[in-house]
Design a protein around this ligand. Sequence first.
Ligand code: PEP
Length: 253
Amino acid sequence: MRKKIAAGNWKMHLSLTEAQKLVSEIVNMYQDEYRGKAEVIFGVPFPYLHPIHHLIKDKNNIHLSAQNMHQATSGAYTGETSAPMLLDTGASHVILGHSERRQYFGEDEALLAAKTDQALAHELTVIFCIGESLEERESGHMLAVVKKQLSGGCFHLSAENFSKLIIAYEPVWAIGTGKTASPAQAQEVHAYIRQLIAERYDAQIAAGCSILYGGSVKPENAQELFSQKDIDGGLVGGASLKSRDFVDIIKAL
Ligand code: PEP
């Protein structure tokens, strides 16, 4: 079902004490100031999943996400974390295919398709990230890249399973750079993603899919981005580490 969503991606930041303070502040401000129905998701480092779950477990519309996951259920994979382990911490979501995982850890479409299958098999909601580099945009390959990432990672899914995904469009050149895609640039790609989904599945599934924008979302640009027809919210890095900024982004929904 299509929803308004503000998802934070903390990456590898914060101490546990800082993380707990941040979540407590956000939850208090959200409850005091926000009357809408948008969902909030905290994408936190593995060691913080369980302690952060403790702070949000009885809160409506607030969820917990991991930032990665292994594709096997269990096994001799030193240092890895499985879907059942994520569920045990209280996580309900997992971010897959973030450009930093693709770039620094060599995650490709085949691996991401396997991880997506595994997450869905364990009833985790996947936030599946796609997006082009600056070079790909400037050379005119932007739409082809998005199509390849979406078809390679997700279009093998049944319609029922695809409907459980959240898609995040994150142009790599806008992540952590302070350069935001203009609302028109973001809308163009979001509309294209929705069209691809309609072609692969059907118009109803495309209309029901939540597609988030990510890339230097801040309180100052959130409202204009979120007012675009095909943008259903944000995947937010830097600004999700500041309680006031993240709550203002939620309120922009
Ligand atoms: C991200 O990490 O997914 C992201 C969009 O980061 P930032 O908001 O800092 O650009």
